[in-house]
Design a protein around this ligand. Structure first.
Ligand code: ADP
Ligand code: MG
Length: 464
């Protein structure tokens, strides 16, 4: 009767051999670091050799290695650990550096490749067709940013520049990309992250090819630059950006910028640039509320359903749980949802909240463990009845209902078995717990008040 959830928290690990499936690791890099960083840097990492406690990874050049090590190493390591906990270090081997000598100039064979710069520019100028306006879900936290983005598409250079700012994973890149896709239909669009702008700036300096670089960026009619905060503290880059910006404004090209903060809050950025950035329309994206989060989840579930042509078995309860648990970051929310859905599909299982907690252990590892004690305390406080009374043998409804609710929550939110839960409730029998779970489930299906109380209690327990 008691179904045990023998679920490994990590579905991507081959349990027998504990070898990494590099493709899956790469996928997790993409969802955790975002497409931009992934495409620019992490995609190029290959797995050369795997040991129990360390890995040897290949990167194309010294520049790549230094860049990745200085910025992403900690996070890469913790990602790798989530796949294989025994890993405690990684080494990088450079796989292609022979092309470039120690001063960083190219050998003559490479200088013959005249198309190289434009090819690589094409590569990073690629817009993602999936990040469009149709699948951007509107909510109160992003509606101004969304409507401003649409207006820019209707009338170029009316709001110039358009500056969108907000925290990580809230949809800035998505909106910028959607604008790019829309405007690409009528004119030439340059879409680049400040990080890539930097990368190509340095590369062009090394190759003595600044003329090409300047021309390239100044000839676009729409210039979209993502994560401009990246230029903080980099004087040379700021100089270059400033000139690019001015020459684009002079010819009435539309400029769209995103950042993690308001223009005037960008420290270590020249004043003249900050005032240029705030000279048009500045809008922000706020953290999503519960409603937007659940809307996004439902939209994703629909998409997945269409993709796999099967009904997804994600319950309302799980949707609410995920929306509650992922407080601010939409990227994380989607990542977590993907994992839950994959798990449910592979194991053909309707997931409970405690399954989800298991699956997402490493994501929510900072989350508090929910214990039977905590549930009992929270419930007795919520209904303002003394804990001893709630646990007592008295059967009056004002005591019995909260007691049953507490048992119900203990079953749903902890991994304790029915007999264990019974014991914690003044040595009751497991059949009493089963009865409580059934009763509360039945009532909350019909009674809104009960449903509300249960949800409220859950969110109290999850938030504490
Ligand atoms: P940011 O650039 O602000 O860090 P992104 O634009 O990369 O965030 O968004 C992170 C993820 O969340 C992307 O997969 C994006 O498609 C998704 N996302 C963000 N906001 C929304 C939204 N309102 N509707 C649908 N998906 C969204
Ligand atoms: Mg972004």
């Amino acid at each position: 009767m008691e179904k045990k959830s023998l679920i490994s928290p990590n579905i991507f690990v081959n349990e027998e051999e504990k070898t990494l499936v590099w493709e899956d690791v790469q996928k997790s890099f993409e969802s955790n670091f975002g497409t931009e960083i992934y495409q620019s840097w992490l995609k190029n990492i290959t797995l050369l050799k795997e040991f129990n406690d360390h890995l040897i990874l290949g990167v194309p050049t010294r520049f790549f290695r230094d860049w990745i090590v200085s910025r992403y190493l900690d996070k890469i390591l913790s990602q790798l650990k989530s796949f294989k906990n025994s890993i405690n270090r990684v080494e990088f081997k450079i796989t292609e550096d022979h092309k470039i000598n120690s001063i960083g100039s190219l050998k003559s064979e490479d200088l013959n490749k005249v198309t190289e710069i434009s090819d690589s520019i094409l590569n990073y100028n690629r817009l993602n067709v999936n990040l469009n306006f149709e699948n951007f879900v509107a909510g109160s936290s992003n509606e101004i940013a969304l409507s401003s983005s649409k207006k820019v598409c209707e009338q170029i250079a009316r709001y110039n520049p358009l500056y969108i700012y907000g925290g990580v994973g809230l949809g800035k890149t998505h909106l910028l990309n959607a604008i790019g896709l829309e405007l690409e239909k009528k004119t030439n669009v340059m879409f680049i992250s400040a990080e890539r702008f930097m990368y190509h700036f340095i590369k062009s300096i090394k190759k003595n090819d600044m003329v090409n670089f300047k021309d390239f960026f100044r000839k676009s009619s729409v210039f979209i630059i993502d994560d401009i905060q990246f230029i903080r503290g980099k004087e040379g880059l700021q100089e270059e950006f400033f000139h690019t910006f001015n020459s684009l404004m002079d010819k009435s090209a539309q400029i769209i910028i995103s950042a993690d903060r308001a223009p005037m809050k960008l420290d270590r950025v020249q004043e003249r640039i900050k005032s240029r950035l705030s000279g048009g329309l500045v809008v922000d994206i706020d953290v999503p509320d519960f409603e937007l989060k659940t809307k996004i989840i439902r939209k994703r579930l629909e998409d997945i359903q269409q993709q796999f042509k099967e009904k997804s078995d994600i319950s309302e309860e799980v949707v609410n749980f995920l929306a509650n648990e992922c407080k601010t970051n939409i990227r994380e929310l989607i990542g977590v949802l993907n994992r839950v859905v994959t798990f449910s599909r592979i194991h053909k299982k309707v997931l409970t909240i405690s399954d989800c907690k298991n699956i997402l252990k490493d994501v929510f590892n900072q989350a508090k463990v929910i214990t039977v004690d905590r549930i009992q305390n929270t419930v007795s406080n919520f209904f303002s009845i003394p804990l001893a009374e709630m646990l007592s043998q008295r059967r009056s409804r004002p005591l019995a209902r909260p007691r049953q609710i507490a048992m119900f929550l203990a079953k749903k939110m902890t991994t304790r078995s029915l007999p264990e839960i019974g014991r914690r409730f003044a040595n009751r029998d497991h059949t009493t717990v089963i009865h409580a779970v059934k009763t509360i489930t039945r009532i909350s299906e019909k009674d809104d008040e009960m449903k509300k109380n249960i949800n409220h209690l859950k969110s109290l327990l999850l938030e504490e």
